[in-house]
Design a protein around this ligand. Structure first.
Ligand SMILES: Cc1ncc(COP(=O)(O)O)c(C=O)c1O
Length: 444
């Protein structure tokens, strides 16, 4: 397959579908009005709209379709499971598909200690479970999270998030006891320092300011962190920061909760992004890529004598047999071939972006790992002035030329293709992106 745009975009059927949608669907969704894709079907890295236009997909839903759209092995696993059992609530009944998946995912997580799994249906729910568990286990009420964080839309997850005010406006009061601290966003250091000489001022801030002036660390249940901030702008935390945070939390009996909802399941070239820093978190939250598009959230936690008991937390649908089957097929693919693919093709995408940044100063920063890369768009004068309009024009131009690509943060373009992307497909997408960059740069 290749990119095929046959109609003006959006095409006539797409316009009709959008008008229908606008009458009945919640207005709270953030579909890009500049680059609307009305999807009819998708296969691999190719998305076909209702007018028969085919786009190359560098977004994978929102970093969800790890194995590409409708991978035959995933489809077969779902079909086979659907003939046997579609639902039996794991809360009240025993479902061996859940235990099998729990055994598999806990075995993937580093750390020589017992681990257990809580199943749910989304990233926000996986975070919600982690928040409740952390307070339950430690009997402490305070929690630290980072500016720029996005953990989801439910009350707990929203209260932990601090990436855009629109996510919180008019929803207060939020969950109390959450303290936000600066994230190590090195391109825009919150302390205006240089990475080479900063001595991890953001870690010092937690120690010296939060733990001495705001809250006794003995009252802190957990620290929540995305190893690479997702919605906040594809911003990776330096490895030594994650290592320092692990040390600091362990020192005070604080649980380290790593949100791998977007960065997990091979996207960065390791199964989990925190593995680049070689740390052992206490709690890991997964969703998005784990079941290749079926709803599944997983909270994996270090199990000990403080664990919660029957009735403390549960849900009806979590760990649905179809989602568990899709997750098993996804993990087979990721382990057997896709991790290798990310490590082979990811550096090519990264290099192309670095080369573009050299040529076009509107790309102020290129960052991330594997297939989780961000390009931050700025004014060309070298002032790091955020150019949201330029970023939006870029994603629109890509769309017009048949490449689906999403923004994140205020002014960043994110590269989050399915993990099956071949070198040829990567080149095709980057050629489209490069042409769009050239056009935006020439805009003056
Ligand atoms: C890092 C991270 N955590 C949590 C969530 C929330 O996941 P969901 O939308 O499935 O609730 C997201 C969603 O974008 C995310 O990127």
């Amino acid at each position: 397959m290749t990119i095929t745009i046959k109609t003006p975009l959006p095409g006539p059927k797409a316009r009709e579908a959008m008008a229908r949608d606008a009458r009945v669907i919640s207005q709270s969704y953030t579909r890009d009005p500049q680059a609307p894709v009305v999807v009819e079907r998708a296969q691999g890295v190719w998305v076909t709209d209702v007018d028969g236009n085919t786009f190359l997909d560098f977004a994978a839903g929102i970093a969800v379709c790890a194995t590409g759209h409708c991978h035959p092995q995933v489809v077969a696993a779902i079909e086979e499971q659907a003939r046997k059992l579609i639902h039996i609530s794991g809360t009240d009944f025993f479902d061996p598909t859940q235990a099998a998946l729990a055994e598999r995912v806990t075995a993937l997580v580093p750390g020589d200690f017992p681990k257990r799994v809580f199943f749910c249906n989304s990233g926000a729910e996986a975070i919600e479970a982690a928040l409740k568990l952390a307070r339950y286990k430690t009997r402490r009420q305070y929690v630290l999270a980072f500016t720029g964080a996005f953990h989801g839309r439910t009350y707990g997850a929203m209260s932990l998030s601090a990436s855009k005010t629109v996510h919180r406006t008019r929803f207060g009061p939020l969950v109390p006891g959450i303290i936000h601290v600066p994230y190590p966003y090195c391109y825009r250091c919150p302390f205006h320092l240089e990475r080479t000489s900063c001595s991890l001022a953001c870690l010092d801030y937690i120690q010296e300011t939060v733990f001495r002036k705001q809250v006794d660390p003995q009252e802190v249940a957990a620290v929540f962190i995305e190893p690479i901030q997702g919605e906040g702008g594809y911003v990776p935390a330096p490895d030594d920061f994650l290592q320092g945070l692990r040390q600091l939390t362990a020192q005070h009996g604080i649980l380290l909760v790593v949100d791998e909802v977007q960065s997990g399941i091979g996207r960065t070239g390791k199964m989990f992004a925190f593995q680049w820093a070689d740390i052992e978190p206490d709690v890991i939250c997964l969703a998005k890529g784990i079941a290749s598009g079926l709803p599944l959230g997983i909270t994996i936690y270090r199990s000990d004598e403080r664990d919660w008991g029957p009735g403390a937390h549960a849900n009806t649908f979590g760990g649905n047999p179809l989602a568990c089957a899709a997750a098993q097929a996804t993990l087979d693919l990721v382990e057997n071939s896709l991790l290798n693919n990310v490590n082979a093709v990811g550096p090519y995408i990264g290099q192309r972006l670095f080369d573009l940044a050299e040529e076009y100063p509107i790309i102020g920063d290129v960052r991330g790992r594997g297939f989780m890369l961000g390009a931050e768009i700025v004014a060309p004068q070298g002032t790091k002035t955020k150019d949201k309009e330029g970023r939006d024009t870029l994603t629109r131009l890509c769309y017009e030329h048949g490449l689906i690509i999403l923004g994140c943060g205020e002014n960043t373009v994110r590269f989050a293709p399915p993990l099956i992307l071949t070198p040829e497909e990567a080149k095709l997408g980057l050629d489209v992106f490069a042409t769009a960059v050239q056009q935006v740069a020439r805009r003056g």
